[in-house]
Design a protein around this ligand. Sequence first.
Ligand SMILES: Cc1cc2nc3c(=O)[nH]c(=O)nc-3n(C[C@H](O)[C@H](O)[C@H](O)COP(=O)(O)O)c2cc1C
Length: 392
Amino acid sequence: MSLNEFTYPYDLPNNYKGPGSPIVKPGDESKPIPLTFTPITIKSLTLKNRLVVSPMCQYSSHNGEANDWHLSHYSSYAKGGASLVIFEAAAVQPEGRISYADLGIWSDEFIAPLKRCVDLVHRLGSTAGIQLAHAGRKASSIPPFLEGARNSIPSDQPNGWEVFGPSEIKFNDNMSLPHEMTKEQIKETIEAFKQGALRLLKAGFDMIEIHNAHGYIGNQFISPVSNQRTDEYGGSFENRIRFLLETITEIRSVWPTEKVLAVRLTCDEWLEDGSGWTMNDTIELVKILDTMDVDIIDCSSGGNSTKQKIKVEPLYQVPFADSVKKHTKNLFVATVGLINTGNEIEDILQQNKADIVMLARPFLRNPHFVYQVAKELNQTINYQIQYERGRE
Ligand SMILES: Cc1cc2nc3c(=O)[nH]c(=O)nc-3n(C[C@H](O)[C@H](O)[C@H](O)COP(=O)(O)O)c2cc1C
């Protein structure tokens, strides 16, 4: 699917490369294009700019299926010129949903509704990614914008179910006590990630991101806060990262090597006594991922402990990306979190602290955030053609 397959009653101009693509005006050939609007190619994925929609749960699915909300939501970012639209966390098993309204990828029935969204994103000139996720001990909770937000729904209530995690440790007192996963359940969950990846391939996605952050299951396994197992999936660093490494290997057995695979990491759990997962652990992990068939590390933080003390301020997670960039030879690096202006984005890229910038809330506030960044950086870009007159 490409731009010109859109059914307009005319052909698109030859030089129209879709919203968010830089335009070099006659006479401006020697003017440098900001890195923000300089394309980047990662394997088979070419991004027309560095502005990527960060995954955002929509809590809008009936039994895991994508619907018209997802179609309108994700296509709005494609029209707004984002180079890559990463769809929200999609649960690989029903019990891995953080809430009953999550998107899912545990059934073949979900392929066609997702493909409909992916095809539209492609036809509007963007690319599509998605997160593969399992909420583990955080599953079965109330969506964040409803009454009782984030509390667990007990398994004997409608829309609630039994939850599972690496160890029998609650996230907090408002959430369910997880059952410690048996080794068989661990294998089943890893297999579910693989089957999910196969379905996403059929749905036409360009990239997959494994959600190993914010206290989701991979994060639960790598952290001593939530993993106190005594078998080969707990204890030492090597044992705690086993779940993630096996998940990557299984996904890669079906997700072709030319297709991009990202891992979102909680780089640091923000525990003052250093008892959780730390940036030093992240660096050790990155050295291993550097030798595997992983393409992007998406640097986030927190979300696995109620004792976290996050220093929330603009660009607060950029140092994590910067540090990962300094310790990798092969991986592309994404940064995210309280990045709000074009100048901030351009500085991050100019200082080589990240290769791509993911944004969540700025795109919620303004799905055409890319147009705003272009104005701020004084770079002419293509608008969605019907929106051209909004330029001035
Ligand atoms: C509504 C909403 C839903 C989110 N859902 C997800 C998600 O599905 N997966 C994820 O890794 N992060 C999720 N996040 C976190 C964002 O991807 C992002 O990392 C965070 O909001 C910081 O970026 P920002 O300051 O640009 O919003 C969500 C954030 C918001 C606001």
